[in-house]
Design a protein around this ligand. Sequence first.
Ligand SMILES: Cc1cc2nc3c(=O)[nH]c(=O)nc-3n(C[C@H](O)[C@H](O)[C@H](O)COP(=O)(O)O)c2cc1C
Ligand SMILES: [Mn+2]
Length: 581
Amino acid sequence: MLSIRRAARKVKPTPIRRGFHPRNACAEGALEWGGLTRPFPHAWALGDPQAASSRRTPGRFVYLRLDLVDAICNASSTQRYFIPSREVVVAYWDLHEFVECLEREGELKRISIPADVELEITEITDRVSKAGGPALWFENPHWAKNPTRYSMPLLINLLGSRRRMELALEVNSLEDVARRIEELLEMKPPEGFLDKVRLLPKLAELGSFFPKSVKSAPAQEVVETDQATLASLPIMKCWPQDGGHFITFPLVVTRSPKTGRRNVGCYRMQVFDNRTTGMHWQIHKGGAEHFRWLERQGQGRRMEVAVAIGTDPATLLSGVLPLPEDLDEFLFAGFLRQEPVELVACRTVDLEVPANAEIVLEGYVDLDDIRVEGPFGDHTGYYSLEDKFPAFHLTCLTRRRDPIYVSTIVGPPPMEDYWMGYAVERIFLPLLRKQIPEVVDMHMPAEGIFHNLLIVAIRKSYPGHARKVMHAIWGLPGAMFSKCIVVLDHDVDVHNLREVAWKAFNHIDPERDIQFTLGPVDQLEHASRLPSFGSKMGVDATAKWPSEGFTRPWPDEIRMDPEVKKKVDALWASLGLGTGG
Ligand SMILES: Cc1cc2nc3c(=O)[nH]c(=O)nc-3n(C[C@H](O)[C@H](O)[C@H](O)COP(=O)(O)O)c2cc1C
Ligand SMILES: [Mn+2]
């Protein structure tokens, strides 16, 4: 089904766009409802999404902006319809559509018994997470301590497996995304007319990934300003020693006071009261850089912030990607989903948010309002300690009529964030290779919680090459935090930790092969001598060369003679030894 979605795209361009006129959709076929198939445009207003999707009809949901078609229908806002089609090649329009996909694929479990947002949902999700289980849709989240029943569902562990990550990005394998990035990076300047013609569709495709502004949005179906409160959101207290309840999966949008450029980052937000939260952007992150420029510019003490909770999955993921500064996350999300992210202007701040967001918080941070945030059970598996971060003030809350609250938990690995990190690792390998071409493969094992351990295999070409690679990695966004980098030769499978440990420990003379250096470390690092500053270690576990001062002979790895192997293969069944053949 997935490969069909993408393969079809190549044959025929996306036929359906949000906001299209239903008359244009006639060619697409008909709308199915209640077992009846009716031709466009007469029946489109009768669509029942649930009925259509439950029959696994290939197709997609579309949003009709009824202001465009009020001549036909007198409803006054955005409505959702299901369009059956054989040529379904469009990105998930929103989180609801992704949830429907997960459900079809058996990747989502609905839980109707009331579950407590304080600790209980964490315990359930953690067990499911560790067992490689499905995404969880808590229909009835509640908070026993301060008796509250929430009217919106809580969705968690959404991206917590390889399969769901592939579904999120609509690929059969994450390598497919890597390949698209590789193709993009390898685009050569055209030579001659034919080359130019061939390049045109590619360029047109690229151009089509830029975010698009729209005027009305599901994200603003309900608008609360003076009455805006966080009290209606099922915000979790994740772990026993947490300093409070935390919004854990927000997309925080800011604009640089210096360049005017947008940044989107996923930074947790601790609830201080119903209209105030913490804003935990660590000092190396985009949001924190914007906040510093606010101070440096000296023109005002407040910076506007918009926060989207719950979007289509590619956009959701873009907030956690370690993109170079000033590369717009929404543009990258457009590239990932192969369709532009549609943005709508916020109601009270001069920022744009994804039109398909479930919930949007608008507000500001203030240079004069810095508060203690934390502790928080973090993705290191330990609590990150209390520290000072800006407070976020809510000025407006907008949402859909039927919002889903998206949450995630971090804690002892592996959890959902491991799969996000894994996707980052795969997606970014081609980018890493562009800068360090000798890199063959890399891996960040779950237990290394990303920044503690990065294993890399290189094609070694000159003395000291492994150390060059370490230093290059310590200079990259995101990977700069790697506390330990282990560099191995190209023939080592970095995903096979047994092979890595066997070869790395064999190949080192520790005093000679370990490179220490000092530099910025992850703000979550709890063992470093100072917050955010500490040492790093690189291990040169490649075979050593005479040109590196190693004058003893380097031994060969033991491998059986192929002829003997073949002979024993033929004999094996008759030996009666069972497995091992
Ligand atoms: C579930 C989850 C929670 C995160 N929470 C935070 C956080 O509270 N603070 C932070 O600085 N980074 C956090 N991150 C990491 C950032 O989202 C990530 O570094 C991202 O690249 C930041 O974007 P930026 O480079 O545009 O600042 C989190 C990541 C995930 C997956
Ligand atoms: Mn960024």
